[in-house]
Design a binder for this molecule. Structure first.
Ligand code: 4GM
Length: 233
């Protein structure tokens, strides 16, 4: 998979793309992530990429010119057509289902905004989809792009090293994961549940499933509405 990121702050991604699963996936060529600085496509020598909003109001708006020029330049670097995504608080909220769909695409182009946002013609003129990582506001789209990249890259075949673990994820099943334990068997008076030490795999599986359902019922009953149809039968 190829991922291009259009940003005013490419340097904030540096350690992120070198670390952990994303870093490993990059080294093993499962994913090729490239960064382009919007400012390299500024309209003037001063490097302007934003302007005051028409109609007045606070803040600045990212202008069309540099973003269109940058997107067209990025597109010209490869034959593979890219899915264009704007990270904004106004977008459709990202879910594991949506992440799975994005992970099947050959090329993503993530566009990170700042200020009060993008000129609307960036979305409409570039045919871009707006995606939000949740109902809160960030000062820039970069952390949202990192969230999306991490969620997608770990699903690429071969990225985790252990294919089973992605299927075990919360949300892959529509349920939250239950508790996990490791050594020691007792820590400061807190014991590991006996069943996990029993060696009875059927019983352990049943216990884990019951824990998973109970935790979901307590914390995220909204998820049960969906998983009831698909998973709990
Ligand atoms: C566009 C418009 C994404 C981008 C206004 C970006 C939150 C999210 C920004 C903006 C963002 C999110 C940058 N904040 N929830 N800020 O995915 O402020």
């Amino acid at each position: 998979m190829q991922i291009d990121v259009l940003t005013l702050f490419p340097e904030v991604f540096e350690t992120f793309v070198q670390t952990s699963i994303v870093g490993r996936a990059g080294k093993s060529e499962l994913v090729d992530i490239r960064f382009t600085n919007i400012r390299d496509f500024a309209d003037d020598a001063r490097g302007s990429v934003d302007d005051k909003p028409f109609g007045g109001g606070p803040g600045m708006v990212l202008t069309c010119g540099p973003v269109f020029d940058a997107v067209e330049w990025i597109d010209g670097q490869s034959e593979v057509p890219s899915k264009r995504i704007l990270l904004t608080p106004q977008g459709r909220v990202l879910t594991q289902e949506r992440v799975e769909a994005l992970a099947r695409l050959p090329r993503l182009l993530l566009i990170c905004g700042h200020y009060e946002g993008f000129d609307e013609r960036i979305r409409t003129g570039l045919g871009a989809e707006e995606i939000s990582i949740g109902d809160y506001v960030l000062s820039g789209g970069e952390p949202a792009a990192m969230v999306l990249i991490d969620a997608v890259v770990r699903l690429l075949p071969g990225a985790l090293g252990d294919e089973a673990s992605a299927q075990h994820d919360s949300f892959a099943s529509g349920l939250l994961e239950g508790p996990h334990y490791t050594r020691p068997r007792e820590f400061r008076g807190m014991a590991v549940p006996e069943v996990l030490l029993s060696g009875n795999h059927a019983e352990i599986e049943a216990w884990r499933r019951a824990q998973s359902i109970e935790r979901t019922r307590q914390r995220r009953p909204d998820l049960l509405e969906h998983s009831r149809r698909t998973d709990l039968e």
